[in-house]
Design a protein around this ligand. Structure first.
Ligand SMILES: Nc1nc2c(c(=O)[nH]1)N[C@H]1C(S)=C(S)[C@@H](COP(=O)(O)OP(=O)(O)OC[C@H]3O[C@@H](n4cnc5c(=O)[nH]c(N)nc54)[C@H](O)[C@@H]3O)O[C@H]1N2
Ligand SMILES: Nc1nc2c(c(=O)[nH]1)N[C@H]1C(S)=C(S)[C@@H](COP(=O)(O)OP(=O)(O)OC[C@H]3O[C@@H](n4cnc5c(=O)[nH]c(N)nc54)[C@H](O)[C@@H]3O)O[C@H]1N2
Ligand code: SF4
Ligand SMILES: [Mo]
Length: 877
């Protein structure tokens, strides 16, 4: 059956369709306009072709945290962007050297940049006044706006921050996002920052504690032996090649590929689906473990294991039990490379009875973790679990690729620990075509050291100057409301009176419990400020809104793609309306607060861009080190008016910018293929792992201690199942029988682009539920569901399908909340349904969420027809 919202087109078909549609649409095209324009294009192919040669094609940023990084180009005619296209820097005839093609969001980017709903001027909420007396916090989100000047706006920001710091201390100023404004706040007296991991869930530190960062030598001169120093893991840990598993070319040798809570066709931006397709063509069989039969499952013709969300650990235990029962596990491998599997291999000082094998067998706790036991919880038939275990354990090589999703659960560390242990039991860790990798985004299925390293502007947030108070994503809203927070296991008081949204986050949209406690917390404080280019959820609930430029209105930048590419983009147009860039705003506010403005913005925009380009490096042909990528002459430096030294690289400065990308050439059997843990498996004595014991830790005391120290939840030293907060058992017990999973949705990059009507029309923000469950509740496909959790209610059109397993349901994350007078969120933001449940290492368990579902008898128009958030448009005329 076809999904109505997420039609899985082939890569070629998709790009063709979207390119034709994009090319046809004029800058401000309305939807009706689109259709006429498409027809017109078909009729006038020749005129269309010749129009592509007028004007200038420029490389444009596609900068959101979307999972990918692709080539995006725009055709500028007389200062107006009239077309968009993607990578055509070389022919697309070689899977070893594929093009870097854009998705529907990328092709729609100009509808965001030039959208009618761009914020034009600074605005103040009408019934709020600075000074702390006239606040009317209850009107945040529903008040009217008045236009103010930039001078007034900066004065308000400065005087409010000063007043609140003086009255309550610098900790009372909470700034959850925004590198530039956070620098200004840090350099002028401090602020309370936010902490916590979103993307990787329980994988965050688990990989490093259990398996080490990599098997490499930190100081080796050869980058293939080093622990690669590239893209940092969000936790601050070095993000290594090993974290992403083996490289894409080795994937083609896998006999079996298990996509575990991993849906690259929808959330692997860039080339991952294309790379997996090459493995499929080379003969790999695919299995998807997912509550939905995903678009990826369809494309790769996968076997579907329909696991209930947030219960994967039990499915893994059922598989392991089968492997033990049938003698399919690799005892020698476990003995040689791991600690903690059985009583004979426990770390010194640990209770031998506390080994993992006896836990699985139920020797001491009386509960063998059989497929029957697992099935009661994860909902997968015992025989299916057994058969899955046999397929997995007997395949010559099996690559498990896990998204963040199954670990983005309460107590998600146990999932990560369990699945690593499964790969150890089958001897797959270190197998060139096997392994287990928490890998998503553009990295999915393509691990290994980076072949291109992007340069940066070298400017940080100055976090050392922030206050020592820090609020975790999972309990910041509660902390603001209750006046206390948990700091390394200790409850401490905190008073928050100002919230400063600086812009590289959508905190009131993307965090647990935002629709409920998040909004309440915003209504409770004295001052809320936001700097964005649209009226995002964070801006909507603010008192002062500052319009910023998009990346198209700035000089340019260099951005990480997959390990083989660097993406570069340049200025497309001048700032629209009165929009200013984030550094300009930070500088003015910083100055007002007494910071040294040169320190707040230490480099000009031109210099920042130049440093990023000049600092971009490429791996040498012999694979041992990096050298500059871009050739820069003294004339170019003079022309740009920046500081720098001439350098010689592989590509001329102007060519790099014109191409929009540099792509490292790859070939099968080249020296850039990569297998995680290869050295350790070859010689564990000579290449011990970077873990406490030097081995794979099935029994990992250091991870358990770390989590205990944080104080949100506890973890056993070996993988362990305990029903999590808002897990399956809690939902049944409390009258919320459905488990809500989230996925990252094609319409958006998180909350970004949710306002683009084009994308709204293409992807309807539908609510997935099982067709039989729906029938039982009297709900038909296309009806409106009212979905209620302990924390909030949303309304959404139903996609009733057998592609969703019974008892579970799913919604795309990131919608812009839109509450009606009954308190129903008509947009269907997932964080209206989630709650502030801090867990584990301070990650967010978005996929542990209990709901109940009923039919809604009111109306809900398709959201692409909703009025846009447009303010003061008439004033610009
Ligand atoms: N329920 C649920 N919640 C989730 C998830 C989930 O699966 N389920 N996923 C989580 C994950 S994996 C992640 S990574 C997070 C992402 O969470 P965030 O990073 O907070 O989300 P974004 O929507 O990417 O926020 C970026 C914001 O910055 C603004 N912006 C972009 N560029 C600029 C700029 O140059 N200047 C300024 N001033 N503003 C700018 C955009 O308008 C947008 O509002 O969400 C998490 N939240
Ligand atoms: N289109 C789009 N793509 C994106 C992003 C985006 O905003 N939009 N964001 C990017 C970012 S920052 C991130 S971190 C990545 C996230 O990447 P992932 O975590 O890999 O992606 P998700 O879409 O959250 O989930 C992948 C699959 O897991 C399933 N799933 C959900 N819960 C569970 C569970 O408990 N168990 C199992 N077995 N499966 C489960 C979902 O149904 C989905 O099919 O995506 C990136 N890609
Ligand atoms: S995957 Fe991301 S970078 Fe690539 S085109 Fe889509 S939105 Fe842009
Ligand atoms: Mo993420």
């Amino acid at each position: 059956m076809e999904s109505k919202a997420t039609t899985a087109l082939s890569r070629r078909g998709f790009v063709k369709a979207s390119a034709a549609a994009t090319a046809a649409i004029a800058l401000s095209g309305t939807l009706a306009g689109c259709e006429t324009a498409v027809k017109k294009t078909e009729e006038t192919d020749e005129a269309f072709a010749s129009s592509l040669t007028e004007g200038e094609w420029k490389s444009a940023a596609c900068w959101h945290n979307c999972g990918g990084r692709c080539v995006n180009k725009v055709l500028v005619q007389d200062g107006v962007v009239v077309r968009q296209k993607t990578d055509d820097t070389h022919p697309d005839d070689d899977p070893d050297f594929p093009q870097q093609r854009a998705c529907a969001r990328g092709h729609s980017q100009r509808h965001q940049v030039f959208g009618a709903d761009r914020l034009r001027y600074p605005m103040k909420r009408k019934s709020w006044q600075p000074g702390g007396k006239e606040i009317n916090g209850h009107l945040r989100g529903i008040d009217e706006w008045e236009r103010i000047s930039w001078d007034e706006a900066i004065d308000i920001a400065v005087s409010e921050i000063k007043r609140i710091r003086e009255a309550y201390g610098p900790e009372a100023v909470f700034s959850p996002s925004g590198k530039e404004i956070q620098r200004a706040l840090a350099l002028s007296g401090g602020f309370t920052p936010r902490w916590g991991q979103y993307s990787w869930g329980g994988w965050t530190e688990t990989y490093a504690f259990v398996a080490g960062d990599d098997s490499g030598e930190p100081n080796s001169p050869n980058i293939f032996e080093q622990r690669p120093s590239s893209a940092k893991n969000y936790s601050g840990h070095e993000r290594t090649g090993a974290n992403d598993g083996n490289d894409r070319i080795r994937l083609r040798k896998s006999e079996l590929i298990v996509l575990w809570g991993c849906n690259p066709a929808v959330s692997g931006g860039g080339n991952p689906p294309y790379n997996y397709l090459q493995a499929k063509k080379a003969g790999a069989k695919f299995i998807c473990v997912d509550p939905i039969y995903s678009d990826s499952a369809r494309i790769f013709d996968a076997q579907w294991i329909p696991c209930r969300p947030s219960t994967d650990i039990t499915l893994i235990f059922g598989m392991m039990y089968t492997m033990l029962d049938e003698g399919l596990h690799k005892q020698e491998y476990l003995d040689k490379y791991c600690i903690g599997f059985d009583a004979e291999h426990m770390p010194e000082g640990a209770d031998p009875q506390d080994n993992f094998k006896d836990y699985l067998l139920g020797t001491y706790d009386g509960t063998p973790k059989t497929p029957e036991w697992a099935s009661e919880i994860c909902g997968v038939e015992p025989d299916v679990i057994r058969e899955f275990a046999r397929q997995y354990a007997t395949a010559k090589s099996c690559a498990i690729v896990s998204g963040g999703a199954p670990a983005r659960t309460n107590c998600g560390e146990d999932y990560a620990h369990a699945i690593l242990t499964l790969a150890m039991m089958s001897g797959n860790m270190g197998n060139p075509a096997g392994g287990v990798a928490p890998t998503m985004h553009k990295y999915s299925g393509n691990g290994g050291p980076r072949l291109v390293e992007c340069g940066t502007d070298g400017i940080g947030r100055k976090m050392d100057n922030a206050c020592k108070t820090r609020l975790n994503n999972g309990n910041m809203w509660r902390a603001i409301l209750d006046g206390e927070y948990l700091d390394n296991g200790e409850t401490k008081p905190i008073t928050v009176k100002a919230i400063i949204h600086g812009g590289d986050g959508a905190t009131l949209s993307q965090n647990l419990g935002s629709g409920g406690m998040g909004i309440e917390a915003h209504r409770a404080v004295e001052f809320v400020m936001a700097q964005y280019y649209d009226l995002t959820t964070d801006a909507k609930y603010s008192d002062l809104v500052l319009p910023v430029t998009t990346k198209w209105e700035q000089d340019g930048g260099v951005d990480y793609g997959n390990r083989e590419i660097a993406i570069v983009y340049s200025r497309i147009c001048e700032p629209l309306y009165e929009a200013k860039d984030d550094f300009w705003i930070a500088r003015q506010i910083g100055k007002g607060l007494g910071a040294n403005e040169e320190e707040v913005e230490p480099k000009s925009m031109a210099q920042r861009f130049f440093d990023s380009v000049a600092g971009t490096k490429v791996c040498t042909d012999d694979g041992t080190k990096y050298e500059p990528l871009v050739t820069i002459t003294q004339e170019k430096i003079d022309e740009l008016g920046v500081q720098g030294e001439p350098q010689t690289g592989r590509v001329e400065y102007d060519q790099f910018l014109a191409d929009g990308v540099y792509q490292f050439p790859r070939k099968e059997n080249d020296k850039f293929e990569f297998t995680a843990f290869e050295d350790y498996i070859a010689d564990p004595e000579a290449h011990p792992l970077n873990t406490k014991s030097g081995k794979f830790e099935i029994y990992c005391e250091s991870l358990a201690e770390k989590i205990e120290g944080i104080g949100f939840s506890t973890k056993h030293a070996h993988p362990y199942y305990e029903p999590p907060v808002e897990g399956y058992e809690a939902g049944i017990a409390d009258g919320y029988p459905f488990q809500l999973a989230n996925f990252h949705y094609q319409r958006r990059a998180h909350s970004n682009l949710d306002n683009v009507p084009w994308l709204r029309r293409a992807f309807a923000q539908e609510f997935w539920m099982n067709a039989s469950d729906a029938a039982e509740l009297g709900i038909a496909d296309g009806d409106i569901a009212k979905v209620t959790s302990r924390h909030g209610t949303v309304l959404r059109p139903v996609y009733a399908t057998e592609r969703m397993r019974p008892g579970a349901c799913l919604l795309g994350e990131g919608a812009w909340m839109e509450f009606d007078e009954d308190g129903n969120d008509r947009a269907g933001a997932t964080n209206t349904l989630t709650g502030q449940n801090p867990t584990g290492e301070g990650h967010s368990g978005f996929n542990s969420c209990n709901v109940r579902i009923e039919k809604y008898n009111g109306t809900l128009e398709a959201d692409y027809t909703w009025p846009q958030r447009i303010f003061f448009a008439e004033e610009g005329k």
